[in-house]
Design a protein around this ligand. Structure first.
Ligand code: HEM
Length: 484
């Protein structure tokens, strides 16, 4: 709806330092996070020029929420999704509004809360195996380590543990190749993307082979429809009773697209969340010490499992705070499908919107001392749905949020229970800004810590003494302090 009282988009201020032709490409390429943060003073919205496209960057939480909630008008699209679509087709995360609801109904049962304990058991086992593979004094590329952990866990939750070791190895290698090529391909102009460089050949080979691996697994599963209690079984069995075109189940092609979407979409985001969490713990030894005390108290010398989740209160708050400071999806784009109005401004159909969780999460008026890692800011407090948006919101909100939070809390617990993490070198580590806020290149040093070293003083430091009046997350609230 528009009316004569609304302002035109051209009356919205243009961010400073735009150059002819290049627009804001230089500050966006040089230091995108500093550039985005410099725009937070605009409070509502500001125009940004991404090459030939002028996009409206939304700086206000209420306007951001309006965009998320009206996904018919503010549809998936814009520079980020247009590129991702080229790689993973019209899966759940990339498909336009008219295809979305049916796909969401068919995928939702795979993420039903009753499935989580089963997935949790797989995550816990994978994390314990990873923690067992390290040696005292190791200096690790922690992002790489977390990638292999989440790839294995995702493979097993999706396709159950019954995959032959060789299939698993192949899928791990292909996923690593695809993920490392992903951002470069998104930044490369269309014509150059077709040039058959060795990198492109490796990428095509990995993508084709991973698609073939997934197709092979789906064919086997069709032939043996017993419930394997994994994500694929639920997808294969899903029926959409509301289907209007008679297609009540996912076709083989749709199944493969969804499997690839979950696999690629879920694995890297969770891996970098874990890597950032470990980095923040390494640079905040007091919090790490308290978290270790919590793990020793809850695990009591045993191994982590999904049943521990309701007691892992500090671990959950560490994950929540990590996602505030380093939301992997730091920026998202939307395509405006028809003329509309937002915050009193007329927007034309075809225009582009940019949303940024990073910007909202670091606004000092929303989060006091916003750059400080402080898991205790979540003590007894639920994150606000408008200002805390690491998983987006509305109908396109992340379908794997609880899956990821469960995996992250269990993995963090298994690692910290056994290993002390310290930074390597004394230079602050800066994110590599890609499609996600990557922790690529982050290295940490490990020293072994045994639960037997736990003393009573340590056991009592899991909850800070300085805030006795604040209730902690209630028992039974689960590991996820984010309620949706
Ligand atoms: C810490 C980990 C994760 C983060 C931070 C994250 C973040 C997000 C965000 C911000 C969105 C919304 C994007 C938008 O509105 O433009 C999203 C959507 C989505 N995510 Fe995640 N995600 C994570 C883990 C996962 C996992 C583990 C899976 C699957 C196994 C997954 C699958 C999806 C899918 C399929 C969508 C599209 C949902 C729809 O459009 O209906 N994500 N994610």
């Amino acid at each position: 709806m528009t009316d004569t009282n609304t302002a035109t988009a051209a009356s919205v201020p243009l961010a400073p330092r735009a150059l002819p032709l290049l627009g804001h490409a230089l500050p966006l390429l040089r230091d995108p996070l500093a550039f985005i943060m410099s725009l937070s003073e605009y409070r509502e919205m500001v125009r940004v020029r991404l090459g030939p496209t002028t996009a409206m960057l939304i700086c206000h939480p209420d306007l951001t929420r309006q965009v998320f909630l009206n996904d018919r008008v503010f549809d998936k699209g814009g520079p980020i999704y247009d590129r991702i679509r080229e790689v993973i087709g019209d899966g759940l995360s990339t498909c336009p509004y008219p295809l979305h609801r049916r796909q969401r109904r068919l995928c939702q049962p795979s993420f039903h809360p009753t499935r989580l304990p089963g997935y949790g058991a797989v995550f816990a086992r994978a994390a314990e195996l990873k923690a067992d593979s390290w040696r005292d004094g190791d200096v690790l590329d922690i992002t790489q380590e977390m990638m292999t952990l989440t790839t294995r866990a995702t493979m097993e939750t999706m396709f159950s543990g019954s995959l032959p070791a060789e299939t698993m190895r192949r899928a791990l290698a292909d996923t690593a190749t695809i993920v490392s090529a992903f951002f470069r391909r998104m930044m490369t102009p269309a014509l150059l993307r077709r040039v058959p460089t060795p990198q492109k050949r490796r990428y095509d080979h990995a993508r084709n082979r991973l698609a073939a691996t997934i197709a092979e697994i789906i064919a086997e599963r069709r032939a043996d429809p017993t419930d394997h209690a994994d994500l694929l079984s639920t997808l294969v069995a899903a029926v959409d009773e509301e289907s209007e075109d008679g297609q009540k189940q996912l076709s083989d092609t749709e199944l493969a697209d969804e499997a690839l979407t979950f696999f690629l979409g879920g694995m890297e985001t969770t891996a970098i969340t874990l890597a950032w969490a470990l980095h923040l713990l390494a640079t905040n030894p007091d919090v790490q010490h308290r978290l270790r005390a919590e793990t020793h108290q809850v695990l009591a010398g045993g191994k982590v499992d999904a049943a521990h989740l309701p007691s892992l209160d500090l671990a959950a708050r560490v994950v929540t705070e990590t996602l505030r400071l380093y939301p992997p999806a730091w920026m998202m784009t939307r395509a405006v499908r028809q003329d509309t109005e937002l915050g009193g401004v007329r927007l034309k159909g075809g225009s582009t919107i940019v949303l940024s969780p990073y910007l909202l999460h670091r606004r000092p008026d929303l989060y006091p001392d916003p750059d400080r890692f402080d898991p205790d800011r979540w003590l007894g407090a639920q994150p606000d749905r408008a200002t805390y948006i690491p998983f987006g919101a509305g109908a396109r909100k992340c379908i794997g949020d609880q899956f990821a939070l469960t995996e992250a809390v269990l993995a963090l617990t298994a690692i910290v229970a056994r290993w002390e993490l310290t930074p390597v070198g004394d230079q602050p580590f800066k994110p590599k800004v890609e499609t996600s806020l990557s922790s690529r290149g982050l290295r940490l040093r490990l020293s072994e810590r045994r639960p037997s070293g736990t003393d009573d003083a340590e056991l009592h430091t899991a909850t800070p003494r300085s805030t006795p009046s604040q209730p902690s997350t209630p028992p039974g609230a689960g590991a996820c302090p984010v309620k949706h």
